[in-house]
Design a protein around this ligand. Structure first.
Ligand code: ADP
Ligand code: AMP
Length: 232
């Protein structure tokens, strides 16, 4: 199963991609995590992307597509994955389709996590991120067990510089302008699943897993689900 997770910054793509990949045994690949790791290493890619990320802008397609392509080429074609944060432009979506079609593969589902704009800001200003494994937490909604430390790897938690109020505003604008059109792209392809992301983290995960289970070609769940999930 090849999935992409769509949604505004702060919608919960990373949180859900970690949970769903664990439940379904998928590999989770997040473009934002890859860029931050490159910045931590201080390599050429990290230097190239720094100024875009700081300003809340998208990294140019050419750089982003090349990075994802290099990662996907290392995957076994039978390996199922979730792409989180990629694609973010139509050009990236088309490039992804092309990369996969060369392997006689295609994206199965695009999962859109829908959250109101007001809630996005609250989530992003309270977000804490693990410097080592990039796991997301929230000061109030999803705090770590030990203050300042990642539950998963013990890494230091920090506030991403691009989670500052002004940059959040820019990132949401960029999302509406450049990424929101992807919803239509995947809707027209009959691949869009829309999930209410303004619920408890566990409920959103349950809804996504249930929605994927009733997707064409997937086994139906044994229990009926109350999930407010619709295929747009
Ligand atoms: P994205 O990857 O879409 O930018 P994240 O998964 O990093 O979003 O989530 C953004 C912030 O919101 C994090 O602090 C996370 O802990 C919190 N969060 C994620 N999902 C929920 C939810 N369903 N309810 C409340 N807070 C959430
Ligand atoms: P994220 O961790 O998904 O919030 O991404 C953090 C930042 O990395 C974004 O604000 C962009 O600057 C950059 N980025 C991540 N993914 C992409 C992408 N697919 N295309 C362009 N820029 C990206």
């Amino acid at each position: 199963m090849y999935l992409v997770f769509l949604g505004a910054p702060g919608a919960g793509k990373g949180t859900q991609a970690v949970a769903v990949s664990k439940q379904l045994g998928l590999t989770h690949l997040a473009s934002g995590d890859l860029f931050r790791q490159a910045q931590t290493r201080g390599d050429e890619l990290g230097r190239q992307v720094k100024s875009y990320i700081e300003k809340g802008l998208l990294v140019p397609d050419e750089i982003t597509i090349k990075m994802i392509q290099e990662h996907l080429e290392r995957f076994n074609p039978e390996q199922s994955f979730i792409l989180d944060g990629f694609p973010r432009t139509l050009e990236q979506a088309r490039a992804l389709d092309k990369m996969l079609s060369q392997r006689q593969k295609a994206i199965d589902r695009a999962v859109y996590i829908e959250v109101s704009p007001d809630e996005l800001t609250t989530r992003l200003t309270g977000r804490l991120t693990c410097r080592r494994c990039q796991a997301p937490y929230h000061r109030v909604n999803s705090p770590p067990r030990v203050q300042g430390r990642c539950d998963k790897c013990g890494g230091e938690l920090y506030t991403r510089p691009d989670d500052a109020a002004e940059t959040i505003k820019k990132r949401i604008e960029v999302y509406l302008e450049q990424t929101a059109p992807l919803m239509d792209y995947y809707r027209k392809a009959g691949k869009l699943l829309s999930v209410n992301g303004s619920q408890d983290i566990e409920k959103v995960t349950g809804d996504i897993v249930a929605a994927l289970a009733v997707s064409p070609g997937r086994p139906r769940p044994t229990q009926p689900t109350e999930a407010r999930v619709k295929s747009r």
